[in-house]
Design a protein around this ligand. Sequence first.
Ligand code: FES
Length: 118
Amino acid sequence: MADSKKAELDMVKVTFVSSDGTRRAVDIAEGETAREAALFNDVPGIDGDCGGVCACATCHVFVDPAWIDKVGRLAEGGAEADLLQFAEGANEYSRLACQIPIEPLVEGLILHVPEQQY
Ligand code: FES
């Protein structure tokens, strides 16, 4: 009983919103990333081709404005910013899902999936 209770506490809920408005809430273990939250749950529109090493930008998401301060804005000058400058429709809420750690602080996080990744 205690183990199952602990397992529940280790899960964090993340909601992905497709460009057509479809919402998909998934549970992902603390310590994973938002990329894994999408891929492990077959969320359409997140490819994550490079395996999560910040080298492809096919995990581009728009952080819901209500969550951007908790997730953190894109740091200027880093590899993530370099990739996102070429991403379709990138804006001030853009992040790479593989660079968003899942932790209890982001329980209920909402991420918007771009219409396309290329
Ligand atoms: S999975 Fe390639 S940059 Fe995120």
